[in-house]
Structures are given as structure tokens and as C-alpha cells.
Write a protein that binds this ligand. Structure first.
Ligand SMILES: [Zn+2]
Length: 468
């Protein structure tokens, strides 16, 4: 007797070569069988005829920390069919504290930001300060650390030492390229690749370095692709939305705090200060992220200016800064061995309102830039491997029954399941809490919070596989 039988969907599971109508049976939260017209009784049978069913969507770059928009990140992800996510900044305690009230039954891995002015006092912390931060973050349930170099940079040699120190401690390490010497652009990306020095590194949102800040955007994209081909130790994602995510905070002198916001203001012809933000908001070039009650949304124009001033400038923001062709080329590019240059499609969403893997990502399939099987590989199988989740990203018998179901025609999610439990159902999030993907050091802290922990070892090597 199965617990759940999902019947008649078009099932896409690249690892197992499945791409057609099939039934999926689930028992005890695991995949029990996949095949045409499965026999056998089930406690619950759901007819999914006409819909696509894939291993649960894994968004490998999101933000769940309230400071980036609102506490509704988990719900916004679940509403968009995501079952697992990698948070790329923390703050760790804020995210974990919010799980009882705002968790939506999804799996989350969290990287604590290793950046001034938040978790380091200066842009040149000592190695002991790094070790203290990494060890405490892992013990508290983080999977690793994130360098927010683009926004809040460290010195280059300090960034390099931080990456190596984190790897030595078998922490996951991701870097939004940029240092005190180079910005969040193609130069910063090349510098980060050099600084990684052959060690495995998750380099965040490659598209963000191909916005035409230094050279022509297509030239930058070609450089990024060549650099990644030559450095297979770099694992990465890029996103599909035209919108970025940043903060619009100004310091006491009225200067903009985030370097990325500075780049955006300059790009649109505004000054990198309080006056520039004011003008950009009124010109509807800058957007404020606000809590719309149950989700976060974007606002621009006069109302946004009012909100930004009321908050003393300390709010999340966004600009339409990503040109289209680099996003397409980065989604499609392959290595000589047939694997993807950019491993995964992400959103940089979560509580920043652009959880568009289905609503925009499926357009790549309709435009024949990716096959549906390749789309599934970049939105589930590859990011599962990056997170060392051997039991996710595929529908092998015995794998976790994490599943996303969607309408291909309208590019909308219809249902999702995490370990066989309904998460998105009838247009609502029906699950609570969260499962936290952490290292062996954080298991106890997560369980003490009453959450389930999945323990992985970020020190394990990831083997890249060719597009299936
Ligand atoms: Zn981000």
C-alpha cells in the first residue's frame, strides 16, 4: 500500500532518463516507484493529467533574512513551487527565529554573511576572527558563509584567506564577487576566480557581472563563460529576472552604503548618494522592497520615496539592471564535456519579489534555449549536487519525495511535496516549519529549535555531470 500515488503527469527526471507520462508512488516520504499505469493501492491518489511533474525545484540563491525585504521568503518560495533553497546571506538567527511563524515546510540551507559592517568590524579581519565566525555559524546551523563582496567588500587577500579558511573547516563558501580593489563586475569576477586559486567555490549570480559595467555586456558574457570553462572548480548559478536585489541605505554623510546600489545609480545617470536615490525613485528607476502583508512587493515613484525616507533610507531595493542576452547565453552555455558552464538557474529571490524559476525560466524552454530535461537539471539535479543532497534532485526509488508540479502552458506551479507531504496545494501553502540543511556541527542546534536537520558535508567533492 502506497501513501500517495500521483497519476498521469508528464514526469521529467533527467538522471533516470524519464521524460513522458508516468505515475509516481510515494511511501514513507520516499519515492517507491515511477512508471506507466502503476498497479497497487494507495491511501491517497491524485490525478495530475496534463501537468508536468519534476524533482522538487531547488533555488540555489535566495534571501530569507527580513532585512532584504520581509520575513515571508519561505512562503514566497513555496508559492512558486520551490521545495529547497540556499539562503545567500542570513542573518542566520533572524531566519531560524522566523521559522516557527513563517516557515512554509520547505528545506533551507543558510549561509551566514561574512562581511563588514555586519559580522566583521573591518574589511580586514584576522584569520582568528574568520575562524570564530565560521565555527559559530556552523554550530548554530549554517551550512557555511557568504562573502558579500559586491555590496560590502573585504580586501582581496583577506577574501582569499576567508575562502580557504572556510574550506579547511569544511564549510560551504559562496562569494558575490567584489573586493576593496574590484567591484561587482567582470573584473571582480575574474579576480574572485583567481583568488579561489583552484579551490571549490560557489560564485554567485554570474549574470550580475555581465551588465556592461566595464565592457560591452556581450563581451563580458563571453569572458565570463571562458573563465568558468577554464576553472571547473567554480560552481555557480545565474538568474533570469531583469531585476536585482540590493539595499538603498545611505550613511551619515549621505553616501550610498552598498557598492552594487552605487553601480546601479551610476548606470542610470544618478549620483551615488541620498540625492541620487531620491531622483532614481521619482524617475521610477529604483524600487523599494516592502512588506505587502504576507509577501513582499516592489514599489516605485513618490510612494516609494516616502517609504524610503520614513525608514531613514534603510530598506531593500531593486533596479532593472540585467540586460536580456547575457541571461540567455549564461543559461545555455556548455563545456566541451557537455556539462553546463553555469550549473544552475537561481532567482536571488526569496523575500525579494522575483521567484521566477517557473514563470520566467520555462520561457527558456519555450524559446528552445533549454530542453525541458535540461531545465529540470538546472533547477533541481545540479543544485542538489552543489548542496551535496544525494537524495534530492531525482526520482530514483528511495530518493526523498520532493516534487514540484506545474502547468507548462501558463508557467504556474500547481502543487509541491516535500518528503511526500503537501506544501503547495490548491493555491495555498499548507505546510509549516522547515527542514534545515546543515553540517554535523549544527544538527544539535537545529533539533533544539524543534526543526528537522539534514546533515551534509560541504567538504565532499562535487562531480559535475553532462547535460542529460
Ligand atoms: Zn543575493
Amino acid at each position: 500500500m502506497y501513501d500517495l500515488l500521483l497519476k498521469g503527469a508528464h514526469v521529467v527526471d533527467p538522471l533516470n532518463g524519464v521524460n513522458g507520462v508516468a505515475d509516481v508512488a510515494i511511501t514513507d516520504g520516499k519515492i517507491a516507484a515511477v512508471g506507466r499505469d502503476l498497479e497497487g493501492e494507495a491511501k491517497e491518489t491524485i490525478d495530475l493529467t496534463g501537468l508536468v511533474l519534476q524533482p522538487g525545484i531547488i533555488d540555489s540563491h535566495v534571501h530569507l533574512g527580513t532585512m532584504w525585504g520581509s520575513p515571508y521568503g519561505p512562503r514566497m518560495l513555496a508559492m512558486n513551487g520551490v521545495t529547497t533553497c540556499l539562503d545567500m546571506a542570513g542573518p542566520l538567527d533572524d531566519i531560524l527565529d522566523n521559522v516557527p511563524q513563517y516557515g512554509a515546510g520547505i528545506n533551507m540551507a543558510i549561509l551566514q554573511f561574512a562581511s563588514p559592517p555586519f559580522t566583521f568590524k573591518t574589511n580586514a579581519p584576522s584569520q582568528q576572527e574568520m575562524i570564530d565566525l565560521i565555527d559559530k555559524s556552523l554550530a548554530d546551523g549554517a551550512l557555511g558563509v557568504k562573502l558579500l563582496g559586491g555590496h560590502y567588500p573585504l580586501k582581496p587577500d583577506v577574501s582569499s584567506l576567508l575562502v580557504k579558511t572556510a574550506l579547511e573547516r569544511r564549510a560551504y563558501v559562496a562569494w558575490h564577487a567584489g573586493t576593496s580593489e574590484h567591484g561587482s563586475n567582470i573584473e571582480g569576477m575574474m579576480e574572485a576566480v583567481e583568488m579561489a586559486d583552484g579551490y571549490p567555490l560557489h560564485l554567485a549570480h554570474i549574470n550580475a557581472y555581465c551588465r556592461g559595467a566595464i565592457k560591452n555586456e556581450l563581451e563580458e558574457t563571453a569572458i565570463a563563460i571562458e573563465k568558468l570553462k577554464a576553472n571547473p572548480n567554480i560552481f555557480c548559478e545565474s538568474y533570469i529576472s531583469p531585476k536585482n536585489g540590493t539595499r538603498l541605505t545611505c550613511d551619515e554623510q549621505g553616501k550610498i552604503q552598498s557598492k552594487v546600489t552605487g553601480n546601479c545609480l551610476r548606470h542610470f545617470g544618478f549620483s551615488e548618494d541620498r540625492d541620487g536615490v531620491r531622483k532614481a525613485l521619482l524617475a521610477q528607476k529604483a524600487f523599494v522592497v516592502y512588506d505587502a502583508g504576507g509577501y513582499s512587493d516592489l514599489m516605485t515613484g513618490e510612494a516609494a520615496l516616502e517609504m524610503w525616507e520614513k525608514a531613514g533610507s534603510d530598506v531593500g531595493g531593486s533596479f532593472n539592471i540585467n540586460p536580456p542576452i547575457p541571461r540567455v547565453q549564461l543559461a545555455q552555455a556548455k563545456r566541451d564535456d557537455g556539462s553546463f558552464v553555469v550549473d544552475a538557474i537561481s532567482t536571488d529571490g526569496g523575500c525579494i519579489p522575483r521567484n521566477v524559476i517557473l514563470s520566467q525560466g520555462l520561457s527558456l524552454v519555450k524559446l528552445d534555449i533549454l530542453s525541458l530535461s535540461e531545465f529540470v537539471q538546472k533547477t533541481s539535479l545540479n543544485p542538489a549536487r552543489m548542496l551535496r543532497l544525494t537524495n534530492k534532485g531525482h526520482l530514483s526509488v528511495g530518493a526523498d519525495a520532493d516534487i514540484t508540479v506545474y502547468d507548462y502552458a501558463t508557467q504556474t506551479p500547481k502543487a509541491s511535496f516535500v518528503e511526500g507531504r503537501k506544501v503547495l496545494w490548491n493555491g495555498e501553502v499548507v505546510a509549516k516549519s522547515a527542514t534545515v540543511i546543515c553540517t554535523e556541527h549544527g544538527k544539535q542546534a537545529i533539533e533544539a529549535r524543534g526543526m528537522k536537520a539534514i546533515v551534509v558535508d560541504p567538504g565532499e567533492q562535487v562531480k559535475r555531470i553532462k547535460a542529460l
